[in-house]
Design a protein around this ligand. Structure first.
Ligand code: ADP
Length: 331
């Protein structure tokens, strides 16, 4: 039987975890051991176009204008296989994705990448998936991608071993709070230890892992409350504690995982200095060396200039709360 397939493009934004995600309850099913809370960012966009084609012998995956590597393709094909099962489809797909920012460099390309793929490939396969369903699908490939289905502020709860249906939930829309995130790039290149490998190493070897898993929900709760009441100082303080606790856990793994570069500490000192002089700015780092400073809209330029002057910072961006994933179907 001939089947007409859609030609679909989805746009998704990466997000930054305000309450950090580190540690899995189930590696195979990709279930987080701690809750995380995030801000979706308008500046870090992935665009993914998908078209199923019954004449193709295998999936064709292009990333940033080149053929995807075997590992990159495997992750994409795994999600496509899930979608094919859900849609009762055998056709292979053309996938072309562009990250409008550096890939695998600690700027969460996997978050926007798998959110955009979940939305575009599901629609191209003819599925009418709810945001929850897309979020659970994205989460199976990258936990942070579950949050990128939603705009503004979102949370992904902790899950349990064997769980299949864990999805993120929206907390507040992008217009709820006009904050800014200043991103300071401190080092070139891709990250040194992948997140999954790093998390498992921490779980198995860090003496601080259990303490991290016990305390992480408290910071997530404080951060959610602070988002609702638009309390930047409370949010910032909890975000810095969550950040430092997660990095401590990584650093005390065996062998140690140190994501920071010299410029990471310099940029953190810049943010602390701004605060001492009265600017409410707060730093966070993911599994990489870059520093992201959260501040009010009126302080964003001052924070950016201070980070631009920090030795070792090579580039800065100012991002604001971004939209939910968007889908465009070509006739
Ligand atoms: P990052 O900090 O950029 O998320 P990771 O190493 O965690 O770094 O994830 C990067 C990986 O995510 C890539 O190696 C690739 O496998 C996958 N990825 C990134 N962007 C896309 C995309 N647009 N489409 C599909 N997969 C992607």
């Amino acid at each position: 039987m001939k089947r007409a397939f859609g030609d679909v493009t989805a746009r998704a934004c990466a997000n930054i975890a305000l309450a950090k995600y580190w540690g899995k309850a189930d590696v195979k099913k990709n279930i987080p051991a701690v809750p995380s809370v995030s801000l979706t960012l308008d500046q870090l966009v992935t665009e993914t176009r998908v078209r199923f084609d019954s004449k193709l012998a295998e999936d064709v995956v292009r990333l940033d204008g080149r053929r995807a590597t075997a590992d990159e393709k495997d992750r994409v094909v795994k999600m496509l296989n899930t979608i094919r099962r859900q849609a009762g489809l055998r056709a292979r797909a053309h996938v072309a994705s562009h990250n409008h920012f550096p890939t695998a460099a600690g700027l969460a390309s996997s978050a926007s990448g798998f959110a955009a793929l979940a939305a575009s490939a599901s629609a191209a396969a003819g599925l009418r998936s709810s945001p929850r369903k897309l979020s659970a699908l994205a989460r199976a490939s990258s936990a942070s991608a579950a949050r990128s289905i939603f705009g503004g502020f979102a949370e992904l709860p902790a899950g349990v071993r064997g769980q299949d249906d864990l999805y993120a939930r929206p907390i507040a829309t992008p217009d709820h709070w006009n904050v800014r995130l200043v991103i300071a790039v401190t080092e070139r290149g891709t990250k040194k230890v992948g997140s999954t490998e790093g998390m498992e190493r921490s779980r198995k070897t860090s003496p601080f892992y259990d303490a991290w898993v016990t305390d992480a929900p408290k910071w997530a709760r404080q951060i959610k409350r602070a988002i609702k009441t638009r309390d930047l100082d409370t949010l910032g303080a909890a975000m810095e504690r969550s950040t430092l606790a997660f990095h401590c856990c990584a650093m005390t793994s065996d062998p140690p995982i140190i994501y920071w570069a010299p410029a990471t500490l310099a940029a953190m000192a810049t943010v602390r200095g701004l605060r001492e002089r009265g600017t409410s700015a707060w730093a966070t780092m993911d599994a990489g060396p870059h520093v992201k400073a959260l501040c009010g809209v009126g302080d964003a330029m001052r924070v950016r200039q201070a980070l631009d002057r920090t030795p070792g910072v090579t580039r800065t961006w100012v991002a604001k709360p971004g939209p939910a994933v968007e889908v465009e179907v070509r006739p």
